[in-house]
Design a protein around this ligand. Sequence first.
Ligand code: GLU
Length: 290
Amino acid sequence: MRLRSTGLIALLSVSALTLSACSGGDDTEPEPAASTADVAEFPEGSTMAKLAEAGKITVGTKFDQPLFGLVGPDGVPEGFDVEIARIIASNLGIDEDGISWKETVSANRETFIKSGDVDIVVATYTINDKRKAEVSFAGPYYLAGQSILTLTTTTDIEGPDDLAGKKVCTVAGSTPEANLLANFPDTEVVPFGTYSECLEPLRNGQVDAVSTDNVILAGFAADNEDLEVRGEPFTEEPYGIGLGLEDDEFRTWINDTLEAAFADGSWTEAWEATAGTVLPTPEPPAVDRY
Ligand code: GLU
């Protein structure tokens, strides 16, 4: 799903750029709307200026997670993460055609940022100290928490205390995997590459449950009548936008852009058009300018 207003903002951005280029700084030129980008407004040499000048951004996101990043038949992903990335792109003056979507899975997000394969990652990506040693994070733009998914027919798993002696599927390189390995010594952790790959082992009895963030699991449960989320979230997973380590200018700019989207309703609009079709609309979180 693509939000019309985001597309409109991108269109306005391009028009504003064209107008200012043609008008030669004439003071009768129309004031661009607050969220439009003018390359000249970004410090020379900054990541923002480079991306705006190129008119292109490569975004790492999930391709198999309903509500947050799920690729459609046209190859373009849909979801809340995708809309957050579009808000960032449109504020750089980059239109939809300038966005390249690249699938990132849990284990390759830091690698893709460090190699320059992606400019940013918006992919249910928990901000934590271990990852902060390798990449920087803007945000958070959402607060999730680890939870459990079972078949509706499962009778003996209601929450994390019931995972002892059970086989639990999760994804390699994710925070839920790290938490299960560190704090659930009696649980057998079965790691796959993506969460959608956990569904078949759950259905055929190879594992008893799937564990990751509540909102990812809620997306699978909404799409599959035989699955349900059990218990309350038992960790904190603040979702951040991953970017190059120590690119403080870019991080600050994304944080400013997020706060503007919190304030002007575009964050809420993005939520309601995607994850909000299944989940309640939260208050925007406080950005952490660490
Ligand atoms: N938010 C957690 C993480 O970043 C789990 C979801 C995911 O693997 O993308 O690892």
